[in-house]
Unconditional design. Sequence first.
Length: 756
Amino acid sequence: MPTLEETSMPAEIAAKFVNYTAKHVFLTGKAGTGKTTFLRKLIQLTHKKAMICAPTGIAAINAAGVTIHSLFQLPFGAFFPDAAAGIISQNITFNFNTPKTIVKHLNMQGNKRRMIQELELLVIDEVSMLRADMLDAIDFSLRYIRRNRNIPFGGVQLLFIGDLHQLPPVVKNDEWRVMAGFYKSIYFFDALALQENPPVYIELDKIYRQNDSVFINLLNNLRNNQITAEDTALLKQHFRQDFKPDTDENYITLTTHNNKADTINRERLTQLKTKSYFFDAKITGDFNEHAYPNDKRLELKVGAQIMFIKNDMTAEKRYYNGKIGVVHHIEKDVVEIELPEDKVVIQISPYTWENVKYKLNEATNEIDENVAGSFVQYPIKLAWAITVHKSQGLTFDKAIIDIGDAFAPGQAYVALSRLRSLKGLVLTSHLRETGLQQDQNIHYFSKTKQPNEVLNQRISLESYDFIRTYLLSAFDLNLVRYYLKEHVQTFDKSEAKSTKQRYDEWTMNLYRDFQKIAATADTFINQLKNLFAQQTEHTLFNVSKRVGAALKYFNPLIKGVSDQLLAHIEAVKEEKQIKTYLTELLELEILVYEQLKKMHKSKALLQAIIDGKEFSKADTDALLNASERNRQLQKAIQLKGETLKVKSAVEKKKKEPKIDTKLVSFELYEQGKSLGEIAKERGFSIGTIEGHLAYYVSTRQLDVSKLVKPNKIKNITDAVESQKTKSMATIREFLGKDYSFGEIKLVLASLFPSEE
């Protein structure tokens, strides 16, 4: 049996699994091995209809994709699959969803539904943060939307990208108490949807960030739960408890919590006696405030230590994501940064982050990226300190690491792997054993990784099954026949002689002709099945000969149906009250043409697999005359004074963006105003303002001790533990009326914070 050309490079193996098989893939790799580069290249080249999503807004913006919740319209809360029905008790105190409750949220507009139905490849980036139950919710949604409930993910291939040795998913104790009844762990690989068809484990192994062999070995041991006494001794050599760097040494401090990093940055900025300059981001269109990639209002001073948060996109490549610099000069619309390591001063320009939305192109039936909004700001931020969480993907030459109170396994690894070498490392606290240890579930999952030779053999076998399925689908005309039949049944002879009704006979003749073509295609499909069943070394070659002959036969017939529909559109478009009928005709024509395109693609894809050659998006575009096709469609949709749109593509009117009332209160508080002053200025009660600020306490942007007295914090905390409740009414009844609901809400927000 002919095979794809073998390769020993993990990135090439991963690309072949994605492009020439239907297997799910988990692509991982140590920090700095090029996972993001792989994703960018893959999306640019793959012939499959693909979309990118990620668990959080910022991760989605950085991956040039969308959030999982927005793509699938998923409600927030844990997800319990049908398999958990017998475990779920009536005493659950947290939000959760089931297949029945999710269905209520899947009432998508036509274009989005059809886009997901056309989807072939779903990429989930930063998968270390993806919970198993969330992946099962995606599985249910895809099966439901694609009307393909018997196949995991409705037949969509998944590519998972991320490093599981970094930060884990967030799950609360009360959630896990229930979920542990049907999940082995909270990690994505233990989702029920993957148990019968686990992803292929592929690891990128070339490290671009570090070239210090001693450091690389230390990081490898940290990843693999094999920390030695020598490793611990090596780390202790870098311990300097009260280390205070000189201002020109350009160290950045990595810490575990937002409030620590914010305090350090604010203090250091205040110490500078130079003038403050404020730069407001320019935000256009749809851009969620929780996904802002930088400060909406950036405060800078000459002398401030900053960090670049994007790579330089110009040819000079003067800076990279994580490079440290110092503000050298500021004027209106001019910001100059000194790069101490390079001993140069550069002028920087604002960077544009784009919020991508996906939409099905009605003309080509391809999934297009559309820019829904933009965020324009200088690609720098204050960088005397940063959280470990936000340092993912960055590279530093010098770092002070303060993570003795690391709150998740893997944080020590994330922090240490940001550095180029041990030379730039300073530890101000000893690393705890819990911070060094990795989760055993990840360790067991990593054992499923196979050698490259075995993966190459699997590509050959899996590509055989993939092209078989693709060819059978390409020549199966029954779905198009079904929609044509549905169209025929919309004609009603009892109706008055409308324009549409006059073409009843024309439509019936078209349907009868297509039925004959579909019957012949069914015969050919049976021939294909018999050829594939032989499984000899000549099978694909024999299939290729038959497919070539079949395409010569079917191409003019199906193209003829497409041409008839287009000609009919032109013949009737001048008549009155015809718009709905024209839309129906155009939808049918697009279905017919898409099937023809798939036939041509299946032949070309088969040949690429036989020859061991690449097959890309450009090869797909070159199969048929794209310019002629666009000309035909542009002509078809032009009516007198307007443009015809496919019904399901009608977009909803954009709503005016709402003002975030919480943010207004927070900004006033940041300006130094008291709660009473804010309440008076905004016309709200103090309790309402406390509620607004509770959000920022829960996201660790605000310290609760600044708002509630220490003795009250302690008493409220004790009440939560002793009464085993989060009910504000119960807590207040227990403590008395000296405690306001606002104070209780603020302390609860600090005890049960949101995800960073």
